[in-house]
Structures are given as structure tokens and as C-alpha cells.
Design a protein around this ligand. Structure first.
Ligand code: NAD
Length: 477
């Protein structure tokens, strides 16, 4: 299909999704469960196709593809199928005495047609995970995979219609198609990607007062001190950083610590990298590649600049690159806080270590910058942990392990400030993709409300002040 044809077809696609929603078929629990089970079946039947696509696009090892994409999705589906009926039950609210007798409930209702726009770094997971929530909440969905990962997009465009026809439509394409999609009216737009496009999405949504969820990125810091088992900490930091060749929204972006703590960490990180990927990560099937030439050049340029200039950078591990295979070696380096690597999200396998004088200085350093998507603290000191909890703001705060919070379906996954708005996963997805409707049922008899109807005599006034809308006095402590 030509670009023009696909853009022209978009209006019809959205119209069809709306007609499907308006027909009412998506509302029953049985329909929702059927869609989730169909998606599960698709992942089981064609898991090999999806993992092959991920290998072609990103050099992802099939085990990592299962862990972070296919298996991640089947776990999310299993959790949702298990709990959905309970999550959809009307939620009771207490009724104040003055309004009794009455029943008050919050009823979840589907929003309508949801647009999900996904990025390239986890192209299958980040398109389908929000769709699980949108379908479970009874919506129809238009899914827009990233043009940067063509093999994954093609696999999605091939298999999703075969299993989820009438529920999910995949629109392939790049900026022209997404721009045309954003011209249409949706009932929710769920966008994952960078903040620049996030702003375009939000501005387009504003025209129709469409609610948005923005899952964005940014620099996720790590703080490490000398109280931890540094061998274990180095292993976990290296695992979280170099998975998917550093192209993970919640990857540790940089590490803060005192000179002494960073010296210990710098001794262990090269050994941790060797444990994960051998002495030549270029030959390891477990180590990924950079998504395209543009992204490779950006990373290689940043690295060369920071290693060549006189800013005081010094290499701890790695540093080699190969343009032909878009390979960037797992790299660790000491840098100055003013280095270019500290300007924007690195989004690649380069881990800078930045010296601070104390935990308090690390907290100040983090608070001077945009609120991160995740913050990782490696310290056994309870006071330090408490300070980070109380004095910093981030989408998530993990002690002792990076990245793993997003595979706990009971936790909301999302950012704050520049790292995004809204959240999803598990029940949080159902809440995101539903309207929470207040439903009040008050029997006409007995008419207890006559107490508050005019005319207001002295007795009624007293009754209202004392019992219907009383004001309490609070003592100052
Ligand atoms: P990307 O380039 O694939 O873009 C994401 C989507 O936006 C694509 O579907 C693309 O077609 C669309 N798009 C691009 N330009 C557009 C435009 N001008 N108008 C409309 N739509 C447009 O991915 P990316 O943005 O490079 O993704 C990387 C970023 O995403 C990083 O910042 C990363 O941290 C963040 N991210 C966040 C999460 C999260 O869950 N919070 C997950 C993954 C990635």
C-alpha cells in the first residue's frame, strides 16, 4: 500500500473501530476474555515469528525476547484473565448519614476507541501491553507500531488481524500516518516514546478533549554507596543497563556515588560485563545491536566526544564501536557532570559514573533535573533509603534492582513530570482505559431529603448545621 493510500484509509479504519464499539459487542466480560485469550494464542502460535522479527530489528536473543516481550505479555494476559471479573465489579462507596438510605457505587465503563502509539525499543511488548488493558476494559483499539522496527511491525500487521479482527486494527507507517491518525477523534490516546512527540500527541488530543497517557523517558539515575555488596550491585546494574544494548526506557542512565564507592563499582563492572557477555560481547548472542544508523552515529559521536575532550572522562570498560554492525561495546566511563553525556537520555550501552560528595548531594543533583522515570538506590543504610523515598520524585523508586518493577503487575508503571503522565499494567490498565462513572441509587420513599428542602425555618437550619452538613473543629497540635 502506498503512503497516500494508507493515509486515506485511516478515516475509514477509525470509523469501523467506532462502529464496532457502538454495536455493543465489546461490553460483555465474555468478549473481553475471548480477545485476551486470542492474543495469548497468537503469541503462542507465532512466538517464533515475533522473536525472529526482534532478532532482525534489534539483535535480541530469543530468551531475552521471551523474558521482556512475549512472556511478559502472556504473564500480563494471565494476570488480567484471572482478575478481570473482580476488577470490573461495581466499587461501593460509603453514603453519608444525611443521604441514607441509598447505594453509591463506582461503575467502570469502556471509553470507546483507543489509539495506542508504540516505540521501537520493545516493539511488540509496548504495543500489545496497553492493548491488553484497553481490550480488557471493553474498548476497540487502533495500534500504531514504530516504523523504526519494520520486521516487528510487519509481524504485528500480519498476525493481529488474524486473531483480533473487529477488536484491534494495526495501522503501519511513520509520521504521515500518525499525523493523520491524530487528526481523528479518539476516546483515549496512549503514547509511548519521547517527550517531543509526546507534546505533539497531547496538542492533537486537546482539540477533541481526548485524555492521554504519555509513557515517556529521560535519564534514570542510580545511586550507590559503600554499604552494599558491590559485586552483586555491579551485576544488577550491568544487567539492567546493557539489556537490549541499553535501549530500555527504564535502563540506568548514569551512576552517582562518592569517589570511594565509584572506585569499588568501577572495579566490579568490567567483571560483571564479562560474566554476562564474555570477553568479546560482539560475539555474544545475548548482546543486542543499535536500532539504526542514526542512533548508532549519535551514540558513537557522544562517546568519541567525551573520550577525546579534556573534560576529564576516563574509560573503565568497553569503548569500541563498529558502524557496519551497529555495535557499541558495553561501555563504562568516569565523566564530569558537565559532559555532553549528561545532557539527554543516553538510550544506549554507555554508563557514565559521576562523582558526588554524599547521598544528600546525589539527591540535590537528581532534584535539579527532570523527574526521572525510575530511580535506583543501592544502599543498605535505612536513613539513606528514607531520604531518597521522601526527598525525590520519580515514576518508580527501586532499592537493589533496576528495571524489575515493571514486571510486577500490581505496581503502576508510568512517569511523572517530563517522564510522563498516567500509568498502566494489571488493574492500573483497567482504571486507565475505563471511565469511572458515579452511580447513586436513592429510593423515593422514605423521602428523607425533605429535611433539606426549603423553606428553611430555625429548626431546619439547626438540623442542617448539626447533622446534614456539620463543620468540625480541629485542634491545633
Ligand atoms: P519512535 O521514534 O519509535 O517514536 C514513537 C512513536 O511516535 C512511533 O510510533 C512513531 O511513528 C511516532 N512518531 C514519531 N514522530 C512523530 C511525529 N512527528 N508525529 C506523530 N507521531 C510520531 O520511538 P522514540 O520516541 O525514539 O522512543 C524512545 C523514547 O521512548 C525514549 O525516550 C524512551 O525512554 C521512551 N520510552 C518510554 C517508555 C515508557 O514506557 N515510559 C518505553 C519505551 C521507550
Amino acid at each position: 500500500m502506498s503512503e497516500q493510500e494508507s493515509v486515506a484509509g485511516i478515516q475509514g479504519t477509525v470509523r469501523a473501530a467506532r462502529a464496532a464499539f457502538n454495536s455493543g459487542t465489546t461490553r460483555p466480560l465474555a468478549w473481553r476474555l475471548d480477545q485476551l485469550k486470542a492474543m495469548n494464542q497468537m503469541l503462542l502460535d507465532h512466538g517464533d515469528d515475533f522473536t525472529a522479527a526482534l532478532a532482525a530489528d534489534l539483535g535480541k536473543h530469543p530468551a531475552e525476547a521471551w523474558l521482556t516481550e512475549i512472556g511478559f505479555l502472556t504473564s500480563e494476559i494471565a494476570h488480567t484473565v484471572k482478575h478481570l471479573e473482580g476488577w470490573l465489579k461495581p466499587r461501593k462507596a460509603a453514603v453519608p448519614l444525611a443521604l441514607a438510605p441509598a447505594q453509591a457505587t463506582t461503575v467502570l465503563e469502556p471509553l470507546g476507541v483507543v489509539l495506542v502509539i508504540a516505540p521501537w525499543n520493545y516493539p511488540i511488548q509496548l504495543l500489545l501491553a496497553p492493548i491488553i488493558g484497553a481490550l480488557a476494559a471493553g474498548n476497540t483499539v487502533i495500534g500504531k507500531p514504530s516504523e523504526m522496527t519494520p520486521a516487528s511491525s510487519a509481524a504485528l500487521a500480519r498476525w493481529v488481524p488474524a486473531y483480533l479482527a473487529g477488536a484491534v486494527t494495526i495501522v503501519e507507517g511513520g509520521v504521515p500516518e500518525t499525523t493523520e491518525l491524530l487528526e481523528q477523534r479518539f476516546d483515549h490516546i496512549f503514547y509511548t516514546g519521547n517527550g517531543r512527540v509526546g507534546r505533539i500527541v497531547m496538542a492533537a488530543a486537546a482539540k477533541n478533549l481526548t485524555p492521554v497517557t504519555l509513557e515517556l523517558g529521560g535519564k534514570s539515575p542510580v545511586y550507590v554507596d559503600e554499604t552494599v555488596d558491590m559485586i552483586a550491585a555491579a551485576r544488577r546494574i550491568a544487567w539492567g543497563k546493557f539489556m537490549n544494548a541499553g535501549q530500555t526506557c527504564v535502563a540506568p542512565d548514569y551512576v552517582l556515588g562518592t569517589d570511594a564507592a565509584l572506585a569499588k563499582l568501577a572495579k566490579e563492572l568490567p567483571l560483571a560485563i564479562e560474566d554476562l557477555y564474555g570477553t568479546e560481547p560482539a560475539h555474544s548472542l545475548a548482546y543486542g545491536r543499535i536500532v539504526n544508523d542514526g542512533a548508532f552515529e549519535r551514540l558513537a559521536g557522544l562517546l568519541a566526544e567525551d573520550l577525546e575532550d579534556d573534560a576529564g572522562s576516563s574509560l573503565v570498560a568497553g569503548g569500541r564501536t563498529d558502524a557496519a554492525t551497529r555495535y557499541v561495546e558495553p561501555t563504562v566511563l568516569h565523566i564530569d557532570a558537565q559532559a555532553r553525556l549528561m545532557e539527554a537520555e543516553i538510550f544506549g550501552p554507555v554508563l557514565p559514573l559521576v562523582t558526588v560528595g554524599s547521598a544528600a548531594e546525589a539527591i540535590a543533583f537528581i532534584n535539579e533535573r527532570d523527574k526521572p522515570l525510575s530511580l535506583y538506590v543501592f544502599s543498605e543504610d535505612q536513613g539513606v533509603r528514607q531520604d531518597f523515598t521522601e526527598q525525590t520524585s520519580s515514576g518508580a523508586l527501586n532499592f537493589g534492582v533496576p528495571v524489575a518493577h515493571l514486571s510486577i503487575p500490581g505496581l503502576p508503571f508510568g512517569g511523572v513530570g517530563e517522564s510522563g503522565m498516567g500509568s498502566y499494567h494489571g488493574q492500573h490498565s483497567i482504571d486507565t482505559f475505563s471511565h469511572h462513572k458515579a452511580v447513586l441509587n436513592k429510593p423515593l420513599s422514605p423521602d428523607t431529603l425533605s429535611l433539606i428542602y426549603p423553606p428553611f425555618g430555625r429548626v431546619k437550619k439547626q438540623l442542617i448545621k448539626r447533622f446534614v452538613a456539620p463543620a468540625r473543629k480541629f485542634r491545633k497540635d
